[in-house]
Design a protein around this ligand. Structure first.
Ligand code: NDP
Ligand code: 8X3
Length: 251
């Protein structure tokens, strides 16, 4: 029987790299995101490079109805072994008293509610199979709160809490739950956070070597390839030049 994994937010960064690496170890894939063209390009590349099948689902994870309709379209959903809850974003970086309600809603709806909508649709299949592995992409922002990070940090603290909650509630069903919490990874993350301002985004990574998307994808692959009796609960992964969310050794 083929192995099947779903990666949310596969059109860029950590999700895209994780998709390639899962394909490299033989998983058929369901890839999601809002940017159809990118999804199609990635499917073509991955199916060329690896002998696996890719299904695409283009939808906005914030929309419960869209999530439900999309997930119901997955072929062989009963064979889904791995869910990578990766889709997420930061929007804005400002003191809480100057925060923008639209930014807040975007982050809460994507990072918390979107993750829940997807998980709620997929977990019952895993429970039925008494098997499965959920990997939630948290953040150092789920361990610490830093200046102006307020709502983003709150959403990632929620991912931390939900990872622990899943591990407890899914325990009797043999389902593994891993949280991977990165520090600074250079992806499109900061471009999105600064609403497309590439100069501001670039400056985030000035003077030190940030993590690459591949570094986090490697950790995902490590977690999902452990023997069935081993669960990696949690990994906090930082660039060598970063000690905490705010302590970065810039040269
Ligand atoms: P990118 O911006 O490069 O990728 C984010 C992905 O999430 C894209 O594929 C995007 O797809 C998808 N996404 C965002 N919003 C939605 C939505 N509403 N519906 C569907 N898909 C959505 O960032 P990263 O790869 O860095 O981020 C991946 C995860 O890693 C996030 O959860 C982020 O919080 C976390 N993280 C990132 C860190 C970093 O420093 N980069 C550090 C710690 C954690 P599309 O736009 O096509 O919809
Ligand atoms: C992304 C890393 O430090 O910008 O989660 O919050 S940080």
């Amino acid at each position: 029987m083929s192995k099947l994994a779903i990666v949310t937010g596969a059109t860029a960064g950590i999700g895209e790299s994780t998709a390639r690496k899962l394909a490299g170890i033989g998983f058929d894939l369901v890839l999601t995101g809002r940017r159809q063209e990118r999804l199609e390009r990635l499917k073509q590349q991955i199916e060329n490079d690896y002998n696996i099948k890719v299904q695409l689902l283009c939808f906005d994870i914030r929309d419960k109805k869209e999530v439900e309709t999309a997930i119901e379209k997955i072929e062989k959903i009963e064979e889904l072994e791995i869910l990578i809850n990766n889709a997420g974003l930061a929007s804005g970086l400002s003191p809480i008293h100057e925060g923008d309600n639209d930014d807040w809603e975007k982050m809460i709806d994507t990072n918390i509610k979107g993750l829940l909508y997807i998980s709620r649709k997929i977990m019952p299949y895993m429970v039925k199979n008494k098997k499965g592995h959920i990997v939630n992409i948290g953040s150092v922002a789920g361990r610490e709160v830093y200046p102006n990070g307020n709502v983003y940090c709150a959403t990632k603290h929620a991912v931390d809490a939900l990872s622990k909650a899943m591990r407890i509630d899914l325990l009797p069903h043999g389902i593994r739950v891993t949280q991977i919490a990165p520090g600074a990874v250079e992806t499109e993350f900061s471009i999105v956070r600064f609403h497309g301002d590439e100069g501001k985004a670039k400056a985030v990574y000035n003077g030190f070597d940030p993590l690459l998307a591949e570094d986090i994808a490697d950790a995902v692959i490590y977690a999902v390839t452990r023997p069935a009796h081993v669960n990696i609960n949690d990994m906090l992964i930082m660039p060598t030049a970063q000690a905490t969310a705010t302590n970065i050794d810039r040269k």
